[in-house]
Write a protein that binds this ligand. Structure first.
Ligand code: PAF
Length: 284
């Protein structure tokens, strides 16, 4: 059966109802894969994981204005709707929901969901209100769809923890399923923003994962500050001039990790290659 393209809420509800009570003849389970489009292999991996968890797979494409800052790339965020639909279909996605802005944020919409502790560190420092935008739109998409599972990549690890926290605190009956960061053959974490990189910039970006792996190898032999200086120096050496952060934090709550208890540590980095912001993280 070919993929169903839905653009409004009523259509979404009737499509899901039809699929849930369709040929499986049982109340089938539904997994959602929220995206902002520009579908690449990492999104495809999310769809594959969704299929492993549920009978019906719903992907969403919505470039959420609420999560972009004033000087960010909302206007030039890559758009490739037809190609996106084909790629989602080829991985077995059943429904793609591409809502208009008004369907998500109707006139007089007056709600923001804030997960303040987890949002105040790492990317939340530089990208003010970004995670409020993410939390609000994800809550809406989960509630609009009534999905049983939602699949997110660990590349956006802070986002993943924030979403887990909001689902827990709002009692949204949806299980959050993470998948490992998908990387290209050079270790570069796949991201829609990688399309902005030229060849020279890609060559620089390819070093990021290698440096993180080296840091991980030596993590238990060095002090935390030594690991951080090691990463900073190496990033500078390969030509990365602007570093937003290099931090080691607890995997579950993003609290600082100390030399006395290095368990559950994760290395997080955000850098700029020229004006393009890239993030990555790895378990230590
Ligand atoms: O990770 C993303 O692409 C977005 O932040 C998400 C989860 C689709 C919300 O807009």
């Amino acid at each position: 059966m070919s993929i169903e393209v839905i653009r409004d809420l009523r259509g979404l509800h009737s499509s899901i109802a039809r699929h849930r009570h369709g040929p499986l003849n049982t109340a089938a389970s539904l997994a959602i894969v929220p995206t902002m489009g520009a579908i690449h292999e990492a999104h495809e991996a999310l769809v594959v994981e969704a299929k492993r968890n549920a009978n019906i797979v719903l992907a969403t494409i919505f470039v959420n204005p609420m999560q972009f800052g004033e000087n960010e790339d909302l206007d030039k965020y890559p758009k490739s709707e037809l190609e996106d639909i084909k790629r989602l279909e080829s991985k077995g996605c059943d429904i793609v929901y591409i809502p208009e802005n008004e369907t998500i944020y109707p006139e007089d919409f007056d709600l923001t969901i804030n997960v303040p502790k987890l949002s105040s560190v790492l990317c939340g420092k530089e990208r003010k209100n970004h995670f409020q935008g993410v939390a609000t739109v994800v809550a809406k998409l989960l509630l609009q769809s009534g999905a049983d599972y939602a699949i997110f990549g660990e590349k956006d690890y802070q986002q993943l923890l924030i979403i887990k926290s909001l689902v827990r605190d709002l009692d949204i009956p949806c299980q959050i399923v993470p998948i490992n960061t998908v990387r290209d053959s050079n270790g570069l974490a796949l991201s829609s923003r990688n399309q902005y990189l030229n060849t020279k910039q890609i060559n620089i970006a390819n070093n990021i994962n290698m440096i993180m792996n080296e840091a991980a190898k030596n993590f238990y032999n060095l002090d935390i500050n030594e690991t951080i200086s090691f990463v900073l120096k190496k990033l500078e050496k390969v030509g990365i001039k602007k570093i937003d952060y290099v931090e080691i934090r607890n995997n579950n709550n993003l609290k600082n990790v100390t030399n006395n208890d290095k368990s559950n540590a994760r290395l997080f980095i955000a850098v700029y290659i020229d004006e393009i912001r890239l993030i990555d993280n790895i378990k230590l």
